[in-house]
Design a protein around this ligand. Structure first.
Ligand SMILES: NC(=O)c1ccc[n+]([C@@H]2O[C@H](COP(=O)([O-])OP(=O)(O)OC[C@H]3O[C@@H](n4cnc5c(N)ncnc54)[C@H](O)[C@@H]3O)[C@@H](O)[C@H]2O)c1
Length: 368
């Protein structure tokens, strides 16, 4: 696979959170690009897990470690000497964050500090991409999308921890990896990335719509949803990952000039209510049992959330390649193959290649 200028071939790339949903897709993609990958994370958070299904443990240097263990993390950095760091390890669940706020802040905020401290003390690192979230913004329930310059916040502990992780990123960039001093006092280009709700094959996480749909559909029972009218920026996992890899390449090539925050969300048409997704999943999965609302009371979650990606589109030339209909098709294709015991590794690689080869029509311009 010769994209991203071939920049990842034979390069040392450290991925935190590689045993999770997004981390597994990213790790497989990096391997297809020829990278030498070291993953640092806890054991896979789910069973089944995409990490195990793809047999990634055999293909990379797999380190089971806690992001809160500063000394261990630093030792791994020193030993591996990465040039690229993609930081994805997190406690990513809103509802769990209500039950475990301290744990959420420790992992998402102090864990991020630990990654940056390791970067500061490891001379080999050139590029750091810190994965936060669309939920890092102070949610005003606006109908228009949040821009990178909008106020950070977060109603619940998870969202607020991602806002904090953004502030940590900004402080480290100002204090230690300042773009003005790039090439003089340091060689690190540091960016943060804010994506929407990702979907795709291999997500088995709790409290997530697609896994909830798939489990219900497979068991032929109705899908139970909590907030049918809440809208989210749904996108296939490969779209933001394509953006992170593209950004990593540009940061390597251009240095710290692009070291800032970037939104990677879907087009406006794909910001849809939860009930719309449940309805489509039921239609696509033959013999689906429909959906029902869980009428119990639940902790607050944002009602309306959308990202404005104008800056990313115009400066990085990134555009979502798959719309929501295509993303759902690819997702259902993946889970069907999983339940049929098909060759999932080949299918997952095929989906990556198909995404790479999708040509996007961007207002009359075509982008590969
Ligand atoms: N899935 C989404 O829709 C979505 C949306 C926006 C942002 N994100 C962000 O993307 C990143 C990846 O999310 P995901 O969906 O793959 O989550 P996931 O739960 O599937 O994976 C989380 C990963 O973090 C690791 N981890 C958790 N606690 C750790 C600890 N204490 N020490 C080391 N590793 C630890 C897990 O082992 C796993 O590898 C997270 O930062 C998340 O906040 C996800």
């Amino acid at each position: 696979m010769n994209i991203f200028g071939g920049v990842y071939r034979d390069r040392k790339v450290l991925v935190t959170g590689h045993t999770g949903f997004k981390g597994s897709w990213l790790t497989l993609w990096l391997k297809e690009l020829g990278a030498d990958v070291l993953g640092y994370a806890l054991e896979p958070p789910t069973n089944p897990s995409l990490f195990d299904t793809l047999g990634l443990e055999e293909r990379i240097t797999h380190v089971v470690g806690d992001i809160r263990d500063e000394a261990r993390l630093l030792a791994v950095f020193k030993d591996f000497q990465p040039e690229f760091v993609f930081h994805l390890a997190a406690q990513p669940l809103v509802r769990l964050s209500y039950r475990e706020p301290r744990l959420t802040y420790e992992i998402n905020v102090i864990g991020t500090v630990n990654v940056f401290e390791s970067v500061r003390k490891t001379d080999s690192v050139r590029v750091v991409v810190n994965v936060t979230s669309d939920k890092c913004y102070e949610n005003r329930e606006w109908v228009y999308g949040y821009r990178e310059t909008d106020r950070l916040g977060g109603y619940d502990p998870y969202s607020s921890s991602k806002g904090c992780a953004e502030l940590v990123t900004s402080a480290y960039r100002n204090s230690y990896f300042n773009p003005e001093h790039y090439g003089k006092t340091h060689n690190v280009a540091l960016a943060s990335v804010r994506a929407g709700n990702v979907i795709g094959g291999g997500d088995w996480g709790e409290d997530r719509l697609i896994p909830d749909c798939i489990k219900a559909l497979y068991e032929k029972r109705p899908i139970v949803i909590r907030y049918p009218d809440s809208t989210r920026p749904w996108q296939h996992v490969l779209d933001p990952l394509y953006g992170y890899l593209l950004l990593g390449w540009y940061l390597y090539r251009c240095g710290a000039a692009l070291g800032e925050a970037w939104n990677f969300g879907p087009n406006d048409d794909d910001v849809k209510p939860v009930s719309w997704i449940a309805e489509r999943m039921t239609e696509m999965w033959t013999n689906g049992g429909g959906w029902v609302v869980d009428g119990r009371s639940h902790p607050h979650e944002a009602y309306y959330l959308k990202l404005d990606c104008s800056k990313t589109k115009s400066k990085l030339g990134w555009h979502p390649k798959w719309n929501l209909a295509q993303s759902l098709e690819k997702t259902v294709e993946w889970y069907r193959a999983f339940f049929n015991d098909d060759d999932i590794v080949s299918l997952t690689i095929d989906q990556i290649n198909s995404h790479v080869n999708t040509v996007t029509d961007v207002g009359g311009m075509t982008k590969g």
